[in-house]
Design a protein around this ligand. Structure first.
Ligand SMILES: Nc1ncnc2c1ncn2[C@@H]1O[C@H](COP(=O)(O)OP(=O)(O)OP(=O)(O)O)[C@@H](O)[C@H]1O
Ligand SMILES: [Mg+2]
Ligand SMILES: [Zn+2]
Length: 262
């Protein structure tokens, strides 16, 4: 018995009860004690210890969660950067830096915002209008917002895609099968510039292979073609597939690219 007391004396610090309280942050009942450090370089020093408070644990868990989310975001971004086909100017496009130049375009921006807020993974958008009104810009902006929410997105310029499918994709050794897998899988696909591709049977059939793969999943289309032209180009059956569960947003206005005066 005596020897056990000795050991306790050596290893257990002397402690004095100070108070008990409920931690306002973690709501746990906390016992506060004063301890005298029994050994080591800080021997004899008194410290206050809070037993029962789990604030530090919560903070750690939150840190870990944040890190996981960051990692997930990085993964989304990597997939997007690796597979997407968009030109340099559009890389900077965000919702915040889109400045509508007309009431119609302001309405388009609001519609896009509400699409993001109510994203259900199913509804499609068809952005239709003249050149340079920000159809591609706003589509990129959607992908950025949704990726922040952990959604996988892909932006494909259709004309570029069809050219690239024939070549080695991106020069990164991506195969057509792999690409179609990604197209099938992502939460949101932007199919940019519908109707600007070469009008061949092969192109049309590829487009509808893609639409088929995306059936039931959200896709944003952008196009300069009106509904008559789309119907003519993609035939009746495919045209109706295109408009299935699709909200049309009309975006006419001045060509933003021409705003640069010279
Ligand atoms: N309202 C705007 N505010 C800020 N930048 C804009 C706006 N509209 C367009 N831009 C910029 O102008 C360029 C052209 O816009 P964008 O490519 O989105 O047009 P588009 O409607 O897709 O045209 P197209 O039909 O020719 O494909 C992009 O670099 C885009 O970022
Ligand atoms: Mg465009
Ligand atoms: Zn606490």
């Amino acid at each position: 018995m005596k020897s056990v007391d000795m050991i306790n004396q050596i290893t257990k610090p002397k402690e004095r009860f100070i108070k008990e309280y409920v931690c306002p942050d973690c709501n746990m009942t906390v016992t506060q004690k004063e301890l005298v450090i029994p050994m080591g370089p800080r021997k004899g020093e008194t410290v206050v210890a809070n037993y029962g408070c789990v604030c530090a644990d919560i903070k750690l868990a939150e840190e870990a969660k944040k890190q996981r989310k960051q990692l997930q975001n990085d993964k989304m971004k990597q997939l997007f950067d690796y597979y997407s086909l968009l030109n340099g100017a559009l890389q900077e496009a965000t919702l915040e830096n889109y400045e509508p130049t007309s009431k119609e375009l302001a309405k388009a921006k609001r519609d896009i915002e509400s699409y993001i807020d109510n994203f259900d993974g199913k509804e499609n958008l068809l952005l239709h209008g003249g050149y340079g009104t920000g159809k591609s810009h706003l589509s990129v902006a959607v992908t950025k917002k949704l990726m922040e929410q952990g959604k996988e997105c892909l932006f494909l310029s259709l004309p570029k895609l069809l050219t690239k499918i024939k070549e080695t994709y991106n020069n990164k050794g991506v195969t057509e099968d792999e690409l179609l897998e990604v197209i099938k899988r992502v939460d949101l696909l932007v199919l940019d510039d519908l109707g600007a591709e070469h009008n061949t049977d092969w192109a049309i059939s590829k487009v509808f292979e893609i639409l088929d793969d995306r059936s039931g999943k959200a896709t944003i289309y952008t196009t300069n073609l009106n509904s008559e032209q789309l119907r003519e180009r993609f035939n009746e059956r495919n045209f109706s597939r295109l408009l299935e569960n699709t909200k049309v947003i009309v975006m006419n206005g001045e060509d933003y690219r021409r705003k640069v005066k010279f």
